[in-house]
Design a protein around this ligand. Structure first.
Ligand SMILES: [Zn+2]
Length: 352
């Protein structure tokens, strides 16, 4: 199971290999950037720049409980069980393809949990042309205020931590995406709860819940990664990209046998630093390099927004894109390990 030499089973690997041939230096090819943009029919939305709205914009945000002491070792606060409970909420909605009624419910559940931890949510709606026609997507952006300013200002964040919450649409099987969609999403909700224990740290992190990661038919420059392409384009066009030092993407992190397969395009030194964090927590054995690049939501952040972003993905997962990607394949311990490594690294990179 830990071998990285298994057959190519993902069109995104092939596409990325093709892109790499076209892009000797990732993120430095303006032609590729503009062609990707012009081929997208995403709406650009307001030119007024990022706006933050509360998830309950009709009523003022609830005051937070009296501040508690900030945990010295915040990575120990991440609960695999709490993360798994959030994962289960997502799975219980059933298949959650973009544009469905089920993904609306999934999004509402994410927003509710984030708001309960004191985060402000900016929904980022857009439409895009897909092989199934025009589809409405909604990313969720969560920010935390370390002061009394609410909703949280969009200027304090220097790091992005992201997941996709949509599941791939299948007509022949019931696909609930336990690891592919739900695992990283539930874990990110738990990460939000833990970060809120340290408001200053939380205010430096932008949480991204991407819609439309999955391709409707197969990954091409215009099918798949809809949410991250839209978000990265907005970051670039509003000049907001410059405030971010790095990004961490989570995808498929729930497998009981946790094997993080780092993509060949993992940026250095960020990846080495995260591996050092894993080493410090005795978890280095779960991380290895994949022998190819993996096309995922980190790619638009790298290419369009020029933000070094690493994809922590366990692509060594046999139930991938099958009806067997179900709750019983998951382990709270795997979620906890990724949560802890990420928190350890955030504390080290961002300080107190
Ligand atoms: Zn998938």
């Amino acid at each position: 199971m830990n071998s990285f030499f298994y057959p190519v089973r993902d069109s995104r690997v092939l596409l990325t290999a093709a892109l790499l041939l076209l892009l000797p230096v990732a993120g430095c090819n303006r032609k590729a950037d503009s062609s990707a943009d012009s081929s997208s029919s995403e709406t650009t939305g307001s030119a007024a720049g990022p706006q933050t709205v509360s998830s309950h914009s009709s009523s003022p945000p609830k005051p937070r409980p009296t501040a508690l002491p900030v945990p010295a070792e915040i990575w120990k606060e991440f609960s695999g069980e709490k993360a798994l409970a959030e994962v289960k909420k997502q799975i219980d909605f059933g298949p959650r393809p973009s544009g469905s009624a089920e993904i609306e419910k999934a999004r509402a559940a994410i927003s509710e949990s984030l708001a309960a931890s004191g985060w402000d949510i900016e929904p980022q709606p857009f439409t895009a042309e897909t092989p199934r026609g025009t589809v409405k997507f909604v990313n969720l952006i969560a920010r935390f205020s370390a002061t009394t300013a609410r909703p949280a200002p969009a200027t304090t964040q220097t790091v992005i931590v992201a997941s996709h919450f949509d599941t791939k649409r299948f007509s022949t099987i019931k696909f609930v995406g336990a690891s592919d969609g739900a695992s990283s999403t539930g874990a990110l909700v738990e990460l939000a709860r833990v970060l809120a224990l340290d408001p200053v740290l939380a205010s430096k992190v932008e949480l991204l819940f991407f819609d439309g990661e999955e391709a409707f038919t197969q990954f091409t420059e215009t099918d798949g990664l809809y949410g991250s392409r839209h978000y990265a384009t907005q970051l670039r066009d509003t000049q907001r990209a410059a405030q971010f030092k790095f990004g961490i993407l989570w995808d498929m992190i729930g497998d009981k046998e946790l094997t993080i397969t780092l993509s060949a395009d993992s940026p250095q030194p960020l990846t080495e630093e995260i591996l050092l964090s894993a080493e410090a927590l005795g978890l280095r054995k779960h991380f290895g390099y994949y022998n190819r690049s993996i096309l995922d939501d980190h790619e638009p952040l790298l290419r369009l927004a020029r933000i070094p972003t690493v994809d922590l993905i366990d692509f060594d997962y046999l139930p991938w894109h099958t009806a067997d990607d179900t709750f019983d394949k998951l382990s709270p311990e795997s979620l906890r390990k990724i949560g802890a490594v990420t928190l350890f690294h955030l504390r080290k990179a961002l300080g107190k």
